[in-house]
Design a binder for this molecule. Structure first.
Ligand code: IPE
Ligand code: IPE
Ligand code: MG
Ligand code: MG
Ligand code: MG
Length: 366
């Protein structure tokens, strides 16, 4: 994933690059070195969708793909080092933790921590943010292990391999999740100075807690039940409730990833607010497109069982809005996310990374 998870096109918000509807402005404003490598005749202007501004796509000749690869390598190496454990960690537990954590995930959340840091500070020192990057990936991995358990979504495939409880057993999977959650906060404790570690610890705890990630998961489970389905009112209020679940079960961790990167970079209040707002809309777009992938995706590419949301009576965007309605909702969330970044210089590499990541969500294949 990353800027490369779809077709190799980076989609850029029109208002940054087009003045007076002259497509040529795109080339003038897009400053990734060799302008001639961007062919104007490849540019695609998407039609104006309801409630969204039109958007332009350019062939991705910018170095975002290789930068994402670098970030992923650094993240995976840090995750590997952080999960060696001493002799007191039972072998089976160590194996289960590493099996799930180091499996080929997209590393979206830790990458967002590092990119937000780079956006507000400077790429050279992004290792300063690595403990937080590892921490959010650990919380994410724990949430996936538990989400897949028979008592929850009862899945047998994750990241292209058997789920943790299938590979090991349920008790080991529960304990591996528990250990990952604790390890996440140990990682945050490595941030310096301690006052920053304390603030980041609190932010992550809130995002992972009863009113956010865990609360969203609880509501997601309850919504499967008949008595809650009966409470469905008009479509609009149902969609608002579903959006609230999405914001918490998935959005909160994505949102805090961006915020932590900004906090560690000592970002200004307006920068932090912009990152937070971007994260909120990104998180919603991410879960809507996850719902869409469940209906439209290919299992071999996505690496998890699909067509399960309908089977389990989940509240999902395609269920209430249909495929086209869900796509439109994703487009709107992407658009809102792009607009949230207006305070930053649109030409920096981290900014292009963020725009590339969010802009490609509607086309993602995994
Ligand atoms: C899957 O997240 C769970 C959701 C919140 C929808 P990802 O799609 O980021 O999963 P990995 O990390 O790439 O496996
Ligand atoms: C999972 O949402 C959200 C969390 C793990 C917190 P889903 O249940 O839709 O995620 P997938 O589709 O299993 O990855
Ligand atoms: Mg679930
Ligand atoms: Mg699930
Ligand atoms: Mg899903």
């Amino acid at each position: 994933m990353g800027p490369s998870f779809a077709s190799g096109f980076t989609r850029l918000p029109l208002f940054y690059f087009i003045e007076g509807n002259r497509v040529g402005q795109v080339l003038e404003r897009n400053c990734f070195g060799d302008r001639r490598s961007i062919q104007l005749n490849y540019a695609v202007i998407s039609p104006k969708a309801d409630g969204c501004s039109p958007r332009i796509s350019l062939p991705c000749q910018v170095p975002t793909n290789s930068h994402f690869k670098t970030l992923r390598q650094e993240i995976e190496s840090a995750l590997d080092s952080a999960t060696q454990f001493d002799v007191d960690c039972p072998d089976q537990l160590r194996q289960a933790i590493r099996y799930s954590l180091l499996a080929p995930g997209k590393r979206l959340r830790p990458a967002l921590v590092l990119i937000a840091y780079e956006l507000c500070k400077t790429p050279e020192y992004r290792q300063n943010a690595m403990p937080a990057a590892c921490a959010v990936e650990m919380v994410h991995a724990y949430s996936l292990i538990h989400d897949d358990l028979p008592a929850m979504d009862n899945d047998d495939l994750r990241r292209g391999q058997p789920t943790c409880h299938k590979k090991f057993d349920e008790a080991t999977a529960i304990l591996a999740g528990d250990a990952l959650l604790a390890l996440a906060f140990e990682m945050i404790g490595n941030l310096t100075p301690p006052e920053l570690a304390g603030r980041c610890c609190k932010e992550l705890a809130i995002a992972a807690g009863a009113c956010k990630l865990v609360g969203g998961q609880m509501d997601d489970m309850l919504r499967e039940k008949e008595e809650h389905r009966k409470q469905i009112g008009n479509t609009e209020s149902t969609i608002r409730m579903m959006e609230h679940v999405h914001h918490r079960k998935t959005g909160a961790l994505i949102r805090v990833s961006l915020k932590l990167g900004g906090m560690i970079a000592n970002a200004s209040e307006s920068q932090l607010n912009a990152l937070d707002d971007f994260g909120k809309h990104f998180g919603l777009a991410f879960q809507i497109t996850d719902d869409l992938l469940d209906v439209l995706g290919e299992e071999a590419t996505v690496g998890k069982r699909l067509r399960k949301d309908a089977e389990m009576d989940k509240w999902s965007y395609p269920h209430f809005l249909g495929i086209d309605g869900a796509k439109q909702a994703a487009e709107k969330a992407v658009n809102d996310a792009e607009n949230a970044l207006a305070v930053f210089d649109p030409n920096s590499l981290p900014m292009q990374m963020l725009l590339g990541l969010v802009g490609q969500l509607p086309n993602r294949t995994k």
